[in-house]
Write a protein that binds this ligand. Structure first.
Ligand code: F6P
Length: 345
């Protein structure tokens, strides 16, 4: 029987609590005990956390966020405490296996720990859905639902004022949220990081709509979308880096608002959806996926597995090496984008 240490790292997303609840329920049924570290790797390093019980995790299935808290702390940051710091945080509470729930950064730490002999079973998480190794991550579908509702709502105000509306959604390296919500909401142009855009082409789509009698347009853009090199200078929150060296994004919609209005003459407004996409209750799909991930993670611990993460493949939950999720992000399928592009302009 093991003592399992659970933690949530990186940006939060709806469904984290459903995973925690499921690991706890299945883990206890399998005879393990569970400990929850606070604020991701920070809690492990600082020895901060609490016992996880059925009572402590009751009622959290539909709750967004994470009852454990999250952070972007990196134990392997240069000068950081590394594996020894993690071992100390485990020994303090008698933890012998870790279940980190997180994205590429958290799982990257998990893979290094496994290589150093620390038992780990990962649970993949990203709102952006850009982790390789799994078909989908929980939270993504909730974000798409929220973004689609935003597109629907922007439609009615856009048509009342004959405006172009630019909606910026999350998606650092991949345009899954933009492409799915743009397609579901009937966006007239969708811009994603995988395909640098030409601002004149964007304006042409909008002009074509207006030339054929439509009086408004909706542009859905990923925060990580960029113009083709040398075509446009952009503004944003550049320069700020987190502990894993990622730049803070956001603000491409600001540039698009002024450029589209100046080039087409159509009044343009932008909305940055931001963290609204990561907040609130998970959809039923995400609750189910997160719960299945949590149960599978506890089962993997019982089976004595390490260095693996749970994953969705087709309709099945499987375990795959954590290394499958690391490296280049998963990006949008070209055919999917082309299907969405049928409705541009
Ligand atoms: O990586 C997930 C994500 O939501 C990205 O889409 C976004 O760029 C980033 O996190 C925002 O991070 P933070 O919440 O730390 O500002």
């Amino acid at each position: 029987m093991a003592r399992i240490g659970v933690l949530t790292g990186g940006g939060d997303c709806p469904g984290l609590n459903a995973v925690i609840r499921a690991v706890v329920r299945k883990g206890l049924q399998d005879g393990h005990s569970l400990f929850g570290y606070r604020y991701g790797w920070a809690g492990v390093l600082e020895g901060d956390g609490d016992e996880l019980t059925v009572e402590r995790t009751a009622g959290i299935l539909p709750r967004g966020g994470t009852i454990l808290g999250s952070s972007r702390t990196n134990p392997f940051k240069s000068g950081g405490p590394g594996v020894e710091g993690v071992r100390a945080g485990m020994e303090k509470y008698g933890v012998d296996v870790l279940v980190p729930i997180g994205g590429e950064d958290t799982l990257g730490v998990a893979a290094r720990l496994d290589a150093e002999g620390v038992p780990v079973v990962g649970v993949p998480k990203t709102i952006d859905n850009d982790l390789k190794g799994t078909d989908y991550t929980f939270g993504f579908q909730t974000a798409v639902q929220i973004a689609t509702e935003a597109v629907d709502r922007l439609h009615t105000t856009a048509e009342s004022h004959n405006r172009v509306m630019v909606l910026e959604v999350m998606g650092r390296h991949a345009g899954f949220i933009a492409a799915h919500s743009g397609l579901a909401g009937g966006g007239d142009v969708i811009l994603v990081p995988e395909r640098p855009f030409d601002i004149e082409e964007v304006c042409d789509h909008i002009r074509r709509r207006h030339d054929t009698g439509r009086t408004f347009s909706i542009v859905v853009v990923s925060e990580g979308a960029t113009p083709k090199e040398g075509t446009l200078s952009t503004t944003g929150a550049e320069g700020k880096l987190d502990a894993f060296g990622h730049e803070r994004l956001g603000g491409i919609a600001v540039t698009l608002e002024s450029e589209i209005e100046a080039r087409t003459g159509y009044e343009t407004r932008m909305t940055i959806l931001g963290h609204v996409q990561r907040g609130g209750t998970p959809t039923a799909f995400d609750r189910v996926l997160a719960t299945r991930f949590g149960v599978a993670a506890a089962e993997a611990v019982t089976a004595g597995v390490s260095g693996k993460m749970v994953a969705l493949r087709g309709a099945d939950i499987v375990t795959v090496p954590i290394s499958e999720a690391l490296g280049d992000p998963k990006t949008l399928d070209d055919k999917f984008f082309q299907d969405a592009a049928v409705f541009f302009g």
